[in-house]
Write a protein of this length. Structure first.
Length: 219
């Protein structure tokens, strides 16, 4: 995993914990929230892995039942061990596998972010996440005004907070941090939206960022 990608994920969790008095947070407070954010990621990964394990056990039980109830084994002596039987992969099983893969990928990502943040050699993750947060702190009025202006037909106060936080990170990077290519910032914002928000969020966020990029002449 790239350090900057991990930092954006961490910044997203960091911003989610800000209250309306965002300017009151000192650097030490941000460091404390970073630590809490890593714990949240680790706890989330643990829960995801438990969910994945439950699905695996459920699938194993269903396969065991299918095997035991197959005519080949039903016709065997009662004390005989079941033998493997041919089984066609069904849509239901494929759906379960896809679900487990998604859960496992999210858990792996969360653990990687936690590892990146805690390793001294990977302090870039923590530093970049804090840099995004501090730049948003300093420019939060301007950033939120841009979101309001470019969210045509939407009431800012009723926007999903996750969408607002993703936009805040991306706009802050584009206008104030200016260390990552525009395409990378936009692509990462869309990935965060797909992972954390609703099905319609990615297209909404993409639309707002496109207006910001055009009107601000970002290249």
């Amino acid at each position: 995993m790239q350090a900057r990608r991990a930092a954006r994920e961490l910044a997203f969790i960091l911003l989610s914990q800000f209250d309306k008095k965002i300017t009151s947070y000192a650097k030490e407070s941000l460091d404390d929230i970073i630590l809490k954010s890593v714990r949240i990621l680790s706890d989330s990964a643990s829960e995801d892995l438990k969910t994945s394990l439950g699905s695996l056990l459920d699938m194993k039980n269903r396969i065991d039942d299918y095997e035991a109830e197959h005519e080949i084994n039903l016709n065997r002596p009662l004390d005989a061990t079941n033998v493997s039987v041919p089984m066609q992969m069904t849509g239901d099983f494929k759906s379960k596998i896809d679900e487990m893969i998604e859960v496992a990928e999210k858990a792996l990502l969360a653990l990687e972010i936690a590892e990146f943040t805690t390793l001294e050699s990977q302090s870039e993750v923590k530093d970049y996440a804090v840099k995004i947060a501090q730049n948003y702190q300093q420019n939060h009025t301007e950033v939120d005004d841009l979101i309001k202006n470019y969210s045509t037909g939407w009431d800012f106060d009723r926007l999903i907070k996750m969408d607002k936080d993703i936009l805040r990170i991306a706009i802050t990077e584009l206008l104030y941090v200016k260390e990552a290519p525009m395409k990378v910032v936009v692509d990462e914002a869309l990935e965060l939206a797909k992972k954390y928000s609703t099905d319609d969020s990615a297209s909404f966020i993409n639309g707002v960022l496109a207006k910001v990029i055009v009107d601000k002449g970002i290249k």
